[in-house]
Write a protein that binds this ligand. Sequence first.
Ligand SMILES: *Cc1c(COP(=O)(O)O)cnc(C)c1O
Length: 420
Amino acid sequence: MNPALLSLARQLDSADELAPFRGEFHLPDPTLIYLDGNSLGRLPRGAVTLLAELVEQGWGGRLIRGWNEGWWMELQTRIGDKIARLTGASAGEIIIADSTSINLYKLAHAALRLRPGRAKIVTDDLNFPSDLYILQGICRQTGAALHIVPSADGIHGNPPALAAALDQDTALLTLSHTVFKSGYTYDMAALTGLAHAAGALTLWDLSHSAGSVPVPLNAARADLAVGCTYKYLNGGPGAPAFLYIRQDLQHAVHNPITGWIGQDAPFDFGLDYRPAPGLRRMLTGTPGILSTAAIEPGVDLLLAAGLERLRKKSLAQTDYFIQLYQAELAPRGYALNSPLDASRRGSHLSLAHPEGYGIDLALIHEMNVLPDFRPPDNIRLGIAPIYTTFTELYEAASRLAQIVDGRLYEKYRGAQVAVT
Ligand SMILES: *Cc1c(COP(=O)(O)O)cnc(C)c1O
């Protein structure tokens, strides 16, 4: 390993104005190199105290009174408004609800209803499988057809092919804004413009963007969006997701799962459903207060750090890792499966290697590095600029090199684990 690259990392860390934010996270093993913040963000210290208090004083002490004391029922919109500030949306356009998969179901279904007479949904083969499964299910239920546009190289999106697929029969274009394998990020404004020109709506999955990549929901005139809070937003394992509906569309959107919490007056216990005004109509059942509340401390940290500074550091970090890759990893058989063009790059990088799976397991079991793995051969390195350091990236690259030099992957051939 080139020592100049290590001194560069130390220099970049000491000049990093976001460095103090690392201390706002619970770091029981400070030597652990955690590169999976794009799958499950670290635990904010603020969430530890908040949850302890909420469990004892809220649930334990206030009991049923907690619901009527105001803030439990406001959490979904209050945190939604904060996420709006991270994703280029306005107050009243984002609400916390359900999971990303369920929100995608609700909004894709609603989009078909908003475009009667059109029966085609366009997406691409870089989209997250759960998104495709949900869309396939909607097509079976409604008779709509799913058109999956292939990427040319499995890394980059294919805007010309998407444009060609959009026609007078298309109700919806739905894509991951940042794709989960390669980290390619779509130009939201350009694609939304193409969809609108064909008379279609857009539904963006922001799971790998929210909290790390600028998302111009309003500036792009995006119609609908969903996203995870447990990735870069650091909301906790299985934390509820969020959904976005542009203000002027909200009155026309129908929730396909009409439950009492989305009813205009749930505590009147009337027998007929009448949608609540605005975003609340997208709710269905009682929100999980503990898991919803746990989202806020992580979002507050990101707001304090500022998305512009986070993006700047994220790009400096992916640029720096690409330098390490070119100097030390490409010669050892690794291939970069992420965009070189910074404007199209999210905050994670994918490395492929013929021995990728064994390398991934050696990193986890022998090197105290936690990346994640996506078949067939992608080692994903999630860089969360709010707590990842440049020195950690140097160390990770150095260990990736050592594993290949020492052939440490060999003993993991054929091993299987459940969650990668
Ligand atoms: C992580 C992720 C999901 C996960 O959906 P859940 O309903 O939370 O399981 C969905 N879509 C994308 C693009 C993701 O990255």
